[in-house]
Every structure is written in structure tokens, then in C-alpha cells.
Design a protein around this ligand. Structure first.
Ligand code: ARG
Ligand code: GLU
Length: 710
């Protein structure tokens, strides 16, 4: 029976390991090559990653620190998502040039717009430095000693390598700290905005369609990387020239059929596929539901006011998108984990792990590991809940969060250098301008009432910031807060900053919004963090052991390390899915669907007249699919997560098929547990991207820069 259980679990885990699961390290792709080629790939691992000659990796970048981009011409032309370029598009937008609403296209290079602060990072090389990083580390060391040794080794290795390279050197942990890799990166800082479609194409469907299939979003924007005359990174200068990459991606106009091999190459941020059941259960059934409930209540309030007033709708659009993105995703995570029996499957696997441990005393380090996890996660829970309330209920009261910007100013004394204070005043004036531009007090008052009631009803007195314990009547407190605090009045804040003197500090310290903020922060610093930190450190140690144990138990299995914002390859097939009994999703959508969704009264579904005209005339040029329609987006069984936004999805020949931008809601649990049957990523079809550039925007000169394979 025991044997049976063990082999069943192994079967189960390796069944979970093929067909899409896994975010693979590009330098080790030779171990996946056979499977990839059996699935249809016609290129080699060496074509994807090589340090001896140019390879696809030379065309992939970390864009803006949080997304992926890819180079598509010999002149540094870069594609990423519209939602990744959003902040930079917004930066250049004003009432007179509303690029968010109208789109923007540089008709020649002189019109391209510099984006201060935007960086693009190329990975030049990766090296396994596990042995060097773990040198002198022993199993019986204390955690503290272990960490100190690792830090020392890391510092030394980086310093040594830095002497031999112009690139930025860093080391990252993989497999929960069982392996370490060194990265050589080249960072470019002159990156310019070249073009973007209007939001009703780039964000079509908005938050309503976010995380959902079928999807019709033209989620792309275009940038260009500039370098100095020698091709090296340089800060913005009119003398800089377009960067000539070692490799740019070729673009396929052939589209993809159901079942075709496809892979995504990019920067996934974070996954946790090897957690114990107790952690997954806590995430899906305790933490996420709280965040979902709190955010849901706030979003209801936003919606109510946004529907009443056009100005408010615009003011709260970005905040709504931010809160709504997590809200919707986490709902999907809970549903997915429970529907797929993710916790039970993990428990089943754990049983076999325990049996494996007790076979020989040599595995004694793993004895009781799972029990310890259970104990530690239980200990962690109330603090994690407290933290969830703090960030989702407390700090979503905008007035209080905004007051927090003034915390530093409230602590200045006669010893604070004048320049330091002057700098603070300047940046606070800036922050205040930004804040009031998008602030609507009636929303915030209602959010405050709702969130404070939530807090008082659901969190015990010793698990909430102390100011809450003095509140007798929430309505009266909120009325006091908004009448007494200067932070809801732009004029008052400006006057205060204008006339700031040392004696003003007292007034600041007494402001009830800042008092509330300080109380929240103190609660975190004194009551939450000191308790969470040692538990999390212990959990990290247990997780490292558990990871090692899992790898020892199944030596023949090819494990993929969790995502950690390093470059990865993930692969699968272009395919639709069956999210529910009786529902069967096709793998692609078309322009017809945009016309079906059109609704001039709903902001998310307004269709540009020019797009309608192109549709009516079926003026798709060479971008039409062979079925005659214009394909807009498609799904694939490729394992992706946040950070993969903007990543290229490539075909069997390594040619660009589209840009990844989302996942299907039913499979958002894939960060914790991957199910090849329902986890699908969503990409915008590259032919729709080029169609919009060429036919819609008249920016054919950009398409002409690219290498198109018909
Ligand atoms: N869900 C995607 C991601 O996690 C897209 C988010 C931006 N789009 C939006 N409608 N909020 O980043
Ligand atoms: N939209 C996500 C991002 O910006 C990618 C979607 C996902 O989480 O899979 O990174």
C-alpha cells in the first residue's frame, strides 16, 4: 500500500510537470530541448540562449523593472504591452496632448519622446555559482551563520567578477536557496516612446474584461532603445543613436493553429509551486478571501460614484484598475485551488514525502518537516491577517495614506539641515498636486466608514492599530477626521507647505489623519513585523529543506525553479480550453468580437470609428488570417505570471506570434498549483498589432523596419 501511495504521488507530481508547467532557466534549456522538439519546435536550445553567438535572448529585455519587452528591428525598436507603457504614455499626456485617449505615433525619429526613469535591461550572461556561494556553508550551521557566510561569499564573488566586465553583476537564489546563479546585465537608460494605440484599443474591455477570456485587447505599445555612438548604454542625449541589437525577433504573419508549439520568453516575477498544503490553503482560503472582500467593498463604492460622474470616473480609473487587478485575480485563485482540489493534492503528495523520509535515518533532517510547517503557518496566520487588513482596509483610506507622506516632515527639528527640509517641501508640493488631481472626498469618506467598521468588527483589539481602539462611533470619528484634518483640502495643504516653519510641526503632529497613519505604522513596526519576521525566516529555512527533499525524492524528475524575476523560457501549445462542463473556448478571437462588444455608453467598450471603417471594408491587408478574419488575441497552455506582460510568444521557428498580456481567470491559481487543463495565458496576435500600426495609425514606416515572414 505504502509503495502504491508513493508511486501514485510521484505519478501525480510528474503528471503535473509536463504539458506547460515550468519556468525554465535559458542557460539550462538543453535539458528541455528534446521535449520541446518533440512538441514541434524546429530550433535548438542554443538558438534560444547562447553566450558564444547571437541568440533569441539578445532580443529580450526587462522593461521598466516590472514587465518584459522584445526588440523587433535592427534599430532598437521595442514592443511591450500598453499597460506596461501606460505610466510613460501618461507622463507625456496633457489636456492638449491626450495620448492615453487618442494614442500617439512618432512619424519620424525626431518625434520620439524621451522617458526619464525608464530602463531596459539585457541579460548578457548567466553562470551557475552555487558551489562558490555555498562555500563553507554546512548543514549544522545556525541560520544566522549560514546567511552571513552566503552574504560574504556573494559580495566577494560579485567584486571579483566586476573587475572583469562592464556589465552589472548580481546573484540570485533559485530553488528556495538551494542553487545560486550570477547574472551579467546591461542596462540602457535612453528609451523613447514611439507609439501607442488609443486606450479604447490598447485597453479595450478595461477592467471588465481583465483576466477574462474571450478577450479583445490590443495591449501593445512601442518604444525605441538608444545608445551612444559605440552602442553602449548612455543617458538621454540628442546625439544618441538607435541601439543595434545582436539579435532582433522575426515576425510571423502565419498565425498559429490549435495544437501548434509555442513558447514565451520573458521575466516572470514570482511563483510558489513547491509550498506545503497548509500554505496554499492559507493563501487561498484565508488571506485572499479577506483581501477580496475588503477590496470588493471599496470597488463597489468607487463604481457607485464613478457611474454618477464622468470626471470621477477618470479620476478613479487607475486606482480602480490597481485594486481591481488583485481583487479579480485572487477570487480566481481561491476558486481554482478549491475546484482543482489543490490542497488535497498537495496533502496526498506530502503523505508520500513523509513515507519516503522515514525509509532511512539518513533522511532524518526531513522528519517532522510538514508538522513544523503546519505549526509555523498557524503561528503566522493572525499576523498575516493583520497585515492584510492594514494594507487593504487601513491604507486604502486615501486621506490617511496621503497624510503618511508628511510623516518625515512632522519629525524635523532645529537640527535638520535647511536644504533637507526644502527638498521635502518641494516633493510634498508635487505629491499634493498629484493627490488632489485624482481625489474625490465623498468616495474616501464612504471608504473610511466601511473599512473602519470592517476593522472593528473583524479584527480583535490587539490585532489592530491602537487609534481604532479609541473609536466609540465610526460615523462620528469619520466626520471628525474629515473636518479636522487639513489633508482633504488642497488649499490648506498648499498654504501649510508655503508657510512651513519649525513651529508648524506641532500642528502636523496633531492632524488626525497623520495620527491615524502613525498608529498604523507603529502597529506594523511594533506588533506585526517583529512577530512575522522570525516566523518567515524559519519558514524560509523549512522551505529550503522541503525543496531539497522533493528533489531528492524524485531524482529523475526535471524540476523548474520558482519564478524570481529572472529570464525564463516556458512552453506549451496554442490551445483553447474547457473551463466548465458544457463550455468550450476556442483559442482565438477576432475583430467581429470587438464589434459585438461595442457599446458607446460603456467606457470600456467604445470602438474607434476608424477601426469600424476598416472592419466594414475588411481592409486587413496582409494581416488577415487565412480564414479572412482579423485575429485579435489567442490563448496557449504556456505557464506565465505577472512580469510576463509584454513577453513575446514565439512559434516553432522562434518567430514572434504575439505579446503575452494576461491569463484566463479560471487558471490564475497557476502561481501556486498549475493545471494544464485550465491554465491558459492570453496574448495579443502580432498581426493585429501590425494592422493597428499600419492600417489604423498610418505608421507603416515602423512595420517596414521589422523582418516580416509572410
Ligand atoms: N491582468 C493583467 C496583469 O496582471 C493586466 C492588468 C492591466 N489591465 C487592466 N485592465 N487593469 O497585469
Ligand atoms: N498582466 C500581467 C503582468 O502585467 C501578466 C498576466 C499574469 O499575471 O499572467 O505582468
Amino acid at each position: 500500500m505504502k509503495r502504491l501511495l508513493l508511486s501514485l504521488a510521484i505519478l501525480l507530481s510528474s503528471a503535473m510537470a509536463f504539458a506547460g508547467e515550468g519556468m525554465w532557466i535559458p542557460m539550462l534549456l538543453q535539458y528541455n530541448e528534446k521535449e520541446m522538439q518533440e512538441m514541434g519546435m524546429r530550433i535548438t536550445a542554443d538558438d534560444i540562449y547562447s553566450i558564444n553567438h547571437s541568440s533569441l535572448k539578445d532580443a529580450i529585455v526587462l522593461f521598466g523593472g516590472g514587465c518584459t519587452g522584445e526588440i523587433v528591428s535592427d534599430y532598437g525598436l521595442l514592443l511591450t504591452n500598453h499597460h506596461c507603457g501606460y505610466d510613460y504614455i501618461q507622463q507625456h499626456s496633457s489636456v492638449n496632448h491626450d495620448y492615453l485617449t487618442d494614442g500617439f505615433w512618432a512619424m519620424d525619429r525626431s518625434q520620439e519622446l524621451p522617458c526619464p526613469g525608464l530602463t531596459v535591461v539585457f541579460l548578457r550572461e548567466m553562470r551557475d555559482v552555487t558551489a562558490q556561494v555555498l562555500d563553507q556553508v554546512t548543514d549544522d550551521m545556525t541560520e544566522e551563520k549560514r546567511q552571513a557566510t552566503i552574504n560574504e561569499n556573494t559580495k566577494r564573488i560579485i567584486a571579483e567578477v566586476e573587475k572583469t566586465t562592464p556589465y552589472k553583476v548580481s546573484i540570485k537564489a533559485f530553488f528556495c536557496g538551494n542553487e545560486y546563479y550570477l547574472l551579467l546585465n546591461e542596462v540602457f537608460t535612453d528609451v523613447r516612446l514611439v507609439g501607442c494605440p488609443p486606450s479604447n484599443i490598447g485597453k479595450f474591455g478595461g477592467d471588465t474584461d481583465n483576466w477574462v477570456w474571450p478577450r479583445h485587447t490590443g495591449d501593445f505599445s512601442v518604444f525605441r532603445v538608444y545608445a551612444d555612438k559605440d552602442g553602449h548604454p548612455a543617458d538621454y542625449s540628442a546625439d544618441n543613436v538607435p541601439y543595434k541589437p545582436a539579435k532582433h525577433l522575426d515576425i510571423s504573419l502565419k498565425g498559429a493553429e490549435e495544437g501548434d508549439f509555442a513558447f514565451v520568453f520573458g521575466y516572470p516575477a514570482r511563483t510558489n509551486e513547491y509550498l506545503p498544503a497548509v500554505a496554499v490553503d492559507q493563501e487561498a482560503n484565508v488571506i485572499d478571501p479577506i483581501a477580496v472582500r475588503l477590496r470588493g467593498e471599496i470597488l463597489d463604492i468607487y463604481n457607485k460614484y464613478q457611474e454618477q460622474d464622468r470626471k470621477v470616473r477618470i479620476q478613479y480609473a487607475s486606482k480602480h484598475a490597481g485594486l481591481g487587478n488583485g481583487w479579480k485575480k485572487w477570487m480566481g485563485v481561491t476558486e481554482g485551488i478549491n475546484h482543482f482540489h489543490g490542497v488535497e493534492k498537495k496533502r496526498f503528495y506530502e503523505k508520500s514525502f513523509e513515507e519516503w523520509c522515514y525509509v532511512t535515518f539518513q533522511r532524518s533532517f526531513y522528519f517532522n518537516l510538514l508538522e513544523q510547517f503546519d505549526k509555523k503557518y498557524k503561528e503566522l496566520e493572525p499576523y498575516k491577517v493583520a497585515y492584510t487588513y492594514l494594507t487593504n482596509a487601513g491604507l486604502n483610506i486615501e486621506l490617511i495614506d496621503f497624510a503618511g507622506n508628511f510623516a518625515k516632515l512632522s519629525q524635523v527639528t532645529k537640527d535638520t539641515p535647511k536644504e533637507e527640509i526644502d527638498d521635502m517641501i518641494v516633493s510634498l508640493k508635487e505629491a499634493s498636486k498629484e493627490f488632489f488631481k485624482n481625489y474625490y472626498q465623498p468616495i474616501d469618506e464612504e471608504v473610511a466608514k466601511t473599512m473602519l467598521n470592517e476593522y472593528l468588527e473583524n479584527q480583535p483589539a490587539d490585532f489592530r492599530p491602537s487609534f481604532l481602539n479609541e473609536i466609540k462611533d465610526v460615523d462620528a470619528y469619520v466626520a471628525m477626521l474629515f473636518s479636522k484634518s487639513m489633508f482633504c483640502d488642497e488649499q490648506k495643504v498648499n498654504d501649510f507647505l508655503e508657510k512651513f516653519r519649525l513651529s508648524s510641526v506641532k500642528k502636523l503632529q496633531k492632524d488626525p489623519a497623520l495620527v491615524a497613519y502613525q498608529s498604523m505604522i507603529n502597529f506594523y513596526r511594533e506588533d506585526v513585523n517583529p512577530k512575522m519576521k522570525p516566523i518567515n525566516e524559519e519558514l524560509a529555512r523549512l522551505q529550503r529543506l522541503y525543496m531539497k527533499g522533493q528533489m531528492q525524492m524524485e531524482p529523475e524528475k526535471h524540476f523548474s525553479p520558482d519564478a524570481n524575476f529572472t529570464l525564463r523560457v516556458t512552453y506549451g501549445k496554442v490551445e483553447g480550453f474547457k473551463p466548465q462542463d458544457g463550455k468550450n473556448y476556442r483559442h482565438f478571437t477576432t475583430l467581429e468580437g470587438i464589434m459585438e462588444k461595442e457599446n458607446p455608453d460603456i467606457y470600456d467598450y467604445v470602438v474607434e470609428p476608424k477601426l469600424k471603417e476598416l472592419f466594414n471594408n475588411k481592409d486587413y491587408g496582409r494581416y488577415a488570417d487565412k480564414d479572412g478574419t482579423m485575429h485579435v488575441a489567442f490563448t496557449a497552455s504556456v505557464h506565465t505570471t505577472g512580469g510576463n506582460s509584454g513577453s513575446p510568444i514565439l512559434n516553432a521557428d522562434g518567430q514572434l506570434l504575439g505579446l503575452n498580456f494576461d491569463r484566463c481567470w479560471e487558471g490564475t491559481m497557476s502561481d501556486l498549483v498549475y493545471d494544464p487543463n485550465i491554465c491558459r495565458n492570453i496574448s495579443v496576435d502580432i498581426r493585429y498589432v501590425l494592422f493597428i500600426m499600419d492600417k489604423f495609425a498610418g505608421a507603416k514606416h515602423l512595420v517596414d523596419e521589422m523582418t516580416i515572414v509572410e
